[in-house]
Design a protein around this ligand. Sequence first.
Ligand SMILES: [Zn+2]
Ligand SMILES: [Zn+2]
Length: 390
Amino acid sequence: MAPPKKGDLTAEEKELLQVISEGNVQEAGRLLGSTNVRVNCLDQHGMTPLMHAAYKGKAEMCKLLLQHGADVNCNEHEHGYTALMFAGLSGSKDITRMMLEAGAETDVVNSVGRTAAQMAAFVGQHDCVTIINNFFSRERLDYYTKPQGLDKEPKLPVKLAGPLHKIITTTNLHPVRIILLIKENPLLAEVDALGKCYKILDLICEKCMKQREINEVLAMKMHYLSYIFQKCISFLKEQEDKLDGLIKSLLKGRDTDGFPYYQEKFLRECIRKFPWCEATLLQQLVRSIAPVEIGSDPTALSVLTQTITGQVGFVDAEFCTACGEKGADKRCSVCKMVTYCNQNCQKMHWFTHKKVCKKLKESREKQEAIDSQRQENAKQNKGCSMDGLS
Ligand SMILES: [Zn+2]
Ligand SMILES: [Zn+2]
């Protein structure tokens, strides 16, 4: 069959596009079995069936098309849009992830120079932006599990690839969360393994900065993770309570207001140590953080998180005070001012929270009293004006 030409569709291919927009997976499957249907055919705008399915947010359909050999990186669209860009525009997290796992390139730009992540951000699909910016395929990491060049041994032992990959793809950048991820895997939580891993992270960081399409976001993330791994190593070597000691330091609040002073210093120092000082991203970060007094907003963690994951603000969801995980809903029963994922996180944080818990409770009660007084006054004032009317 001839290679696809724009707008040159067979009757069955036209039918397929119709069926895709209706979401009829079964009928699409039947049509894809026909010899008159090319899975990468192009409509008059250069859109493939996969682009249509992605744009319409039809996940099952995308899966089917990929199974039939749809080209995830087809770039014949009149404005240079790719299937990943359409996925991001649709706002479907599943489809965005599916396109990435199928090998979608993230650095491709459309006719006005925008990447898929930038387009998704433009239409407010921040979850898709997060997924795209933090995607790192397992194959890309597995490369290091094979000996390269003159090496006799691989740089990364196979058994470490899984746990390391999990940490690389995390979207919660809270340092305590990262250390918990390290701790939960005994293979990873020792000096030798961490040493191998941080060197891989540094290599990936360097690659991100030296490749043709520079990826500063991913480079910064790798640098950040590497920095935490190195801190873990020094705590494992030098401190009696090992990684728990590091977690404690990161959580410890200062006496005046409970603000985690060391954590803020730790993050600022890490960002400052990014080895490419001319990087635009680094300059942006430093500009946002440097003028902020320690203890005020924004924190270095929130600025870094926003830069790397694209998540704007910590709005409509509660975050764990100890580990930063989204969706935390257990409140401290005394002050009701902090939230945790679970009892473990609360326990981990108690040694420092207990110093401010009572103070927080008092200031909450004071605020509540002021609020209810204000409401009372408002009610009475309303009553007066009613009297005046009568
Ligand atoms: Zn937590
Ligand atoms: Zn409390």
